[in-house]
Ligand binder design. Sequence first.
Ligand code: SF4
Length: 211
Amino acid sequence: MKVNEIFFSIQGESSYAGFPCGFVRLAGCNLRCSYCDTTYAYEQGEEMTIGNVAEALTRFPANLVEITGGEPLLQPETGLLAATLADSGRTVLIETNGALSIEGVDARATVIMDIKCPGSGMSERMLWDNVALLKPRDEIKFVLTDRADYEWALGIIKRRRLDEKHVVHLAPAFGILKPSSLAAWMLEDKMNVRLQLQLHKYIWPRVQRGV
Ligand code: SF4
């Protein structure tokens, strides 16, 4: 598989935010979001076997591992990597952009799925069948660029009752939407969702890779 980077950091997103975590960032993405902060993962990467990736992760003193990208489900070996890591007793997270089917993802892995808002420029690419495939413990994330994205997300959450079925995160696009604005809207609307700030960007504001 084509791997962009493997690193050890603080998990910055999801319900696992704050925990030390080993990350595997796979190369390649099928989307081009307006606010993408990992454009370096579109092409760059080196070929590694699943065994090499699993071995590299053993260097890190954490049970928690995340497979991310780019878009990890683009690579056919991702399923086997997740299964291999789960077999070794790891807690496995897979971050996916929602535009590729999650069917067949190892049931032991927790899926953190984006629903792309209009501000991303990619909302038309959402594969809505994925929502029904989520397990109860899987999580959903909306990255918001403005008030219009917020209202769009609110409509989807209410119509599909997502907050009754999953942990739902609303994340302000870093440097684009002020967290205080989003927090105020959420409080005003009494939303049963979580405000998600990308912890790693506050801890290491000028570091782009490996965090
Ligand atoms: S899905 Fe993620 S990696 Fe791909 S373009 Fe969007 S933000 Fe970037």
